[in-house]
Write a protein that binds this ligand. Structure first.
Ligand code: PNS
Length: 168
């Protein structure tokens, strides 16, 4: 039988417990889930592409049929390359909707074979974003509830390095 592949794309700078919740739920719906770190031209990243992929690998190691990858290019092309049936994204508030809707329509135009599926975020992750995590961590706040336990140290180390380099 044909494997149903889903792609979970994003910046994942870094992966949060909100992302992980969506990935887990996607893994329950599809045969295989590829979490792909894409380059978002509108955002400057804090972690390198490789670091982000590695953090996803660590965080999803115990979820069967989930792999991590990175791609520089169009999501619609990546989805075609992988023969994906769906792009899965989490939707938080209405404020996410307009941008996500625009991306979904663009991706449908570029690759009509792939559907975008939105999963509503779990209520406890409604407010959570990678930007919030970075802001809190950069001020020395506690992000342990917001990032997967497997990467908590990596996030702390990154911001420790940053504050050390700012001291010089
Ligand atoms: O986590 P993000 O930053 O909201 O994810 C956005 C992302 C990376 C999925 C989006 O910017 C993307 O797909 N970038 C790849 C380039 C592309 O395909 N652009 C056209 C889609 S509108």
């Amino acid at each position: 039988m044909k494997q149903r592949i889903a792609i979970c794309p994003g910046s994942f700078d870094p992966i949060t417990v909100g992302h992980l919740d969506i990935i887990r739920r996607a893994a329950a719906m599809f045969d295989e889930v590829i979490v792909v770190v894409m380059v978002n031209a509108n955002k400057q990243s804090c972690f390198s592409l490789d670091q982000r992929v590695e953090m996803i690998r660590k965080s999803t190691a115990n979820i069967p049929h989930v792999t991590a990858d990175s791609y520089y290019g169009l999501l619609a092309e990546y989805a075609a390359e992988k023969g994906a049936a769906a792009i899965v994204k989490g939707l938080r508030a209405m404020s996410d909707f307009e941008y996500e809707f625009q991306m979904a329509l663009t991706n449908k135009k570029l690759n009509p074979a792939v559907e975008t599926v939105f999963l509503t975020t779990s209520a406890e992750n409604m407010y959570l974003s990678s930007s919030m995590v970075k802001q809190i961590a950069s001020m020395g706040g506690d992000v342990s509830d917001f990032v997967p336990a497997e990467i908590h140290r990596d996030v702390l180390q990154r911001f420790q390095q940053r504050s050390e380099s700012n001291e010089h």
